[in-house]
Design a protein around this ligand. Structure first.
Ligand SMILES: [Ca+2]
Length: 407
């Protein structure tokens, strides 16, 4: 396997070392997303699994506060090639990449947004906002002027060495391959062997090309393993008891320390942290990285209790090493009214937050409740809009280890 890049070698080493830790989840052992109802699009960094107007799970058909989904038609003009079925796509949704059309004596080069074939549609990040047509690009297949691009799986134990091979006319675009999937890993794009250049669906290439899948390990860090007791800093802030436990309030009364942890069989690790219903409450994840990384993917697995909530970068502050992370607003809940029942409403959802940079050594990711919004209706002693936090996920090609506390 001399085709393996540095990533694979690194990841293999990481998996071996990660086996010493119980939470590393190498090789796909623990990748179950606990997203309920909506499914988690865990291969698309740019898209939020809580899509606009998307998976707002109405638990019992009550839809008084839910918006009606709008769908658009996406047509494919194959420009002389084999026909491709149109798709109905929800507003803000992604188009499913169809199988490449075929055409005698021509090579397919990609789907474009315009008849003049200037701009290639990006199936992973471009979203649908109206009825639209995508146009097929073709190049004449001249045997003495074509090249091939091999896209390699690029890990030990892969189903095959090559995931997909594309033929292209020299000086033309290479049609985008499908997205490979690997348990426990996030696909981070196609790169040249030395990792210096990423495949571009817009670029025009000359001569044979090799591209290698970049795999980022999916690390899961449980909220229930963060420090919930013994924080003198919190005591000084008035956020802890004299024994150092964090203080929270839930519907039935006060809770603190280990009492913030609830059991739920569909949660990652079977537990989550609840009850941080006051301004200033926070969870802190202390994560050690074996090297500096750029562009790691941060995701959170969240739900809400008692009432639906909407969180913004301001009302629920996320910082990485004291730098605030901006993210799209997060809506959680079922669309039903307030409830006196404990437990996550609509289950947990995995939500894309942002790409983040990590430094070598310790990194601190802090989730802070920064509002005093009481939910509509009778919500007892809930003094802020705060999510129930199951876990945090980071997709990274560095080795990450969280400092775990016994709670
Ligand atoms: Ca958990």
């Amino acid at each position: 396997m001399n085709k393996l890049t540095k990533w694979t070698g690194l990841l293999a080493a990481l998996c071996m070392s990660a086996a010493m830790f119980t939470f590393a989840g190498c090789g796909g052992g623990d990748t179950s997303s606990v997203s309920v109802g909506g499914g988690s699009d865990s291969v698309t960094p740019g898209s939020d699994s809580v899509a606009p107007g998307g998976d707002s799970d109405t638990a019992d058909g009550s839809s008084s506060s839910s918006s009606v989904a709008v769908y658009y038609t996406v047509n494919f003009e194959s420009n002389g090639g084999s026909a491709v079925d149109s798709q109905e796509v929800e507003e803000g949704g992604l188009v499913e990449k169809p199988a490449d059309p075929t055409r005698a004596d021509y090579i397919f080069s990609g789907w474009c947004t315009d008849e003049t074939l200037e701009t290639v549609w990006d199936f992973e990040t471009d979203t649908v906002t109206s009825d639209m047509t995508l146009y097929a690009g073709w190049d004449a297949a001249e045997p003495d002027n074509t090249s091939t691009a091999d896209f390699y799986w690029n890990y030990e134990g892969a189903p095959e060495e090559i995931f997909e091979t594309k033929t292209f006319a020299n000086g033309s675009r290479i049609a985008e391959p499908d997205t490979p999937e690997r348990d426990g890993y996030y696909f981070g794009g196609w790169y040249t062997e030395d990792g210096s250049e990423e495949y571009s669906k817009m670029k025009k290439y000359e001569g044979d090309q090799d591209f290698y899948a970049k795999w980022m390990e999916i690390f899961t860090f449980e909220a229930e393993d963060t420090q919930l007791t013994g924080l003198t800093e919190d005591y000084d802030l008035g956020l802890a008891t004299d024994t150092g436990d964090k203080i929270g309030y839930n519907f039935s009364g006060s809770a603190n320390g280990v009492n913030l942890i609830k059991s739920f069989d569909q949660a990652s690790g079977g537990r989550y942290v609840s009850g941080l219903f006051y301004r200033g409450a926070y969870l802190q994840f202390e994560i050690d990285s074996d090297r500096a990384v750029e562009g790691a993917v941060l995701r959170l697995v969240l739900s809400c209790e008692y009432a639906d909530i909407r969180l913004t970068s301001n009302t629920y502050r996320i910082t990485v090493n004291d730098t605030q992370v901006r993210y799209s607003d997060i809506s959680l809940g079922t669309g039903a009214g307030t409830s006196t029942e404990p437990g996550p409403r609509g289950g947990f959802k995995e939500i894309y937050i942002s790409e983040i940079d990590l430094k070598e050594g310790e990194n601190v990711i802090r989730l802070t409740v920064n509002n005093s919004q009481t939910p509509a209706g009778d919500a007892g002693t809930v003094d802020a809009a705060s999510p129930a936090v199951d876990c945090l996920r980071i997709y990274s090609d560095a080795e990450l280890v969280m400092t775990e506390y016994e709670n």
